[in-house]
Design a protein around this ligand. Structure first.
Ligand SMILES: Nc1ncnc2c1ncn2[C@@H]1O[C@H](COP(=O)(O)OP(=O)(O)O)[C@@H](O)[C@H]1O
Ligand SMILES: C=C(OP(=O)(O)O)C(=O)O
Ligand SMILES: [K+]
Ligand SMILES: [Mg+2]
Length: 558
């Protein structure tokens, strides 16, 4: 095997960025464990000055504890999203979720009032400000879909085999037995006798026996429960009868929820029932005209979105694999393979991806997960998704706190396994696919080097998060500490695998950035003498013209 020094020379010679990109320590030592120059200056600094400077470096308090307790390699990479609902909306409950590792708080605009959502957002902002957390906020639009408005009971209703049911859009008061009110006038358009009406992806199934005006008479062929807001889909000859095109992606309520989110300064807007790239672009243009830096996530939860998957991923800032509704629109047994396909595409195109719905569903009621749920979570981590999401488990369950710790522990276990896998087969191949080839190459070389040399951490100085995101795409063994002076960049990076976003007043002088941040991390007990770090940057010094920057996408300090 070639020596590490030779490998380093080889890796850096092609792009000639040794001087420009990496501030690796000198390579003469066999173990690469010399101290970083800047760290030696720490002693010279007065404690007082350090204290003052420490305030310039806003770390996430949870990551700080994790690093001190577990070391660099013990830091969790997979991000956690929690849906906030009545079971976790107090200041204390939100604080417990944040301490448990919540990176993103999701607000599902289907439920509750605007005032309630506003109250939650303000509590999270307060926690970040007063307690040093770094939890971002996502709103998730209601979107339009065909579902039950009323079935005569506040909870569930059982449909028995052979029973005859009437599905109608007629509004009525009181209870009519065997009658289900649908929310959408055109819900039976294009539906024929003999078609199957499937509730919640298989919870119960009916056969359409008669079409009467806007309504349907159906016979239950597979008994089961009708839940409040249960979803319908229609099937013919084993295929979905597609119906979503008549429904708008943005309803008036969705637009007003989006405006609310913008005003409250949320970090992500997740769009329900995205059909194509155009709707994503539409919202992004709207945000651009308002000069708002909110990331737009597209939820993949319909057959149509799967057909236009690549253009949707390209147009969005990230993806949610919304398995709840996806499992209504495609046969359940296809969901796992589709999930893997979406994760791989997102990594190829460098977009963060969240796996959502029913990860630990049984924990809504029980304090321990099923073996199958733990296996499902492990599989999502093994596939290297950026983030895992809790829905009802945190929003309305009795064991939200326990559920997040199950996600945390399961992720940690699988990530360790993934690192061992990395050592044998090296980095999983993702291909060269991005328009900015220089940045892409620098980041994949950086990660290869970091893994091969066994460095302790990668430090990236980034204005818009581009290099941090490209490093994350390679899923390196070490954590990626991303220093940024932009608050929206910091909050957007909460969703990216392995990235620890840190607020820092970036200077034009890269040497100064490195020496100051490492000095402060050492003073906080987060870095030690002898640690080896790899440094990447996309900060543009004033001396570099944007055109030079664009052609190299790296800082040139000469
Ligand atoms: N903001 C909220 N207020 C009240 N209940 C909520 C809220 N958010 C979520 N829930 C509850 O948690 C459940 C699971 O959340 P989620 O999966 O986001 O919604 P849905 O089941 O509508 O797709 C919801 O069905 C609802 O009962
Ligand atoms: C996350 C999902 O969307 P929602 O909870 O809004 O239905 C889903 O369908 O899986
Ligand atoms: K929603
Ligand atoms: Mg959904």
């Amino acid at each position: 095997m070639a020596s590490m020094a030779a490998e380093f020379a080889l890796l850096s010679s092609g792009l000639n960025f040794k001087k420009r990109v990496f501030n690796l320590p000198t390579t003469s030592s066999p173990r690469f464990k010399q101290k970083i120059n800047c760290i030696t200056t720490t002693k010279a600094l007065l404690q007082e000055e350090l204290k003052k400077e420490e305030e310039d470096l806003k770390f996430d308090v949870v990551k700080e504890i994790e690093l001190r307790e577990n070391g660099f390699m013990g830091m969790r990479k997979t991000k956690l999203v929690c849906t906030v609902g009545p079971a976790c909306s107090s200041y204390e409950e939100l604080e417990n979720l944040a301490l448990g590792g919540m990176n993103v708080a999701r607000l599902n605009m289907c439920h509750n009032t605007i005032d309630w959502h506003q109250d939650v957002i303000r509590k999270i902002n307060k926690l970040n400000l007063e307690k040093g957390f770094c939890v971002s906020v996502m709103i998730d639009t209601e979107g339009s879909q065909i579902n039950v408005l009323d079935h005569g009971s506040p909870s569930s209703v059982k449909a028995e085999e052979g029973s005859i049911w009437f599905f109608t859009t007629e509004k009525f008061d009181g209870c009519r037995p065997f009658t289900v009110q649908a929310n959408y006038e055109g819900f039976n358009e294009g539906i024929r006798e003999g078609d199957e009406l499937v509730v919640d992806g298989g919870m119960a199934t009916f056969e359409v026996i008669e079409r009467i005006g806007n309504d349907l008479r159906c016979k239950c062929t597979d008994p089961g429960l009708l839940l409040p807001r249960a979803k319908f889909s229609f099937w013919r000859d084993g295929k979905l009868v597609e119906k979503h095109h008549e429904l708008p992606t943005f309803s008036d309520k969705d637009w007003s929820d989006i405006e609310f989110g913008i005003t409250e300064g949320v970090d992500f807007i997740a769009l329900s029932f995205v059909k194509d790239a155009a709707v994503v672009k539409h919202l992004k243009d709207h945000l651009l005209t308002k000069n708002k830096f909110v990331k737009v996530l597209a939820k993949i939860e319909s057959l149509e979105s799967l057909k236009n998957l690549e253009e949707i991923v390209e147009a969005s800032d990230g993806i949610m694999v919304a398995r709840g509704d996806l499992g209504v629109e495609i046969p359940l047994e296809q969901v796992p393979a589709v999930q893997e396909e979406i994760i791989d595409l997102c990594r190829k195109l460098n977009k963060p991806v969240i796996i959502a719905s029913q990860l630990l569903e049984s924990m809504i009621e029980y304090p321990t997960p099923t073996r199958a749920e733990v296996a499902d979570v492990s599989e999502a981590v093994r596939q290297r998704a950026d983030a895992l999401m809790l829905s009802g488990e945190s929003a309305m369950g009795s064991y939200g706190q326990k559920a997040i710790s199950v996600l945390r522990m399961t992720s940690a276990r699988m990530e360790l396994w993934g690192r061992e896998e990395n050592q044998q087969s090296f980095l999983p191949q993702i291909g060269e696919s991005l328009p900015d080839q220089v940045a892409e190459q620098i980041c994949s070389c950086a990660c290869q080097m970091a893994n091969k040399l066994g460095v302790d951490a990668i430090l990236v100085y980034t204005t818009h998060g581009q290099m941090a995101s490209l490093l994350s795409r390679n899923r390196p063994n070490t954590p990626i500490f991303a220093f940024t002076n932009k608050s929206n960049t910091r909050m957007a990076l909460t969703l990216e695998w392995g990235v620890v976003p840190i607020a820092f007043d970036l200077s034009d002088d890269m040497d100064a950035n490195v020496s100051k941040t490492t000095r402060l991390m050492k003073a906080k007990g987060m870095m030690r003498q002898g640690d080896v770090i790899l440094v990447v940057s996309d900060v543009i010094p004033k001396s570099v013209t944007p055109s030079v920057y664009q052609s190299f996408q790296v800082v040139v300090i000469e």
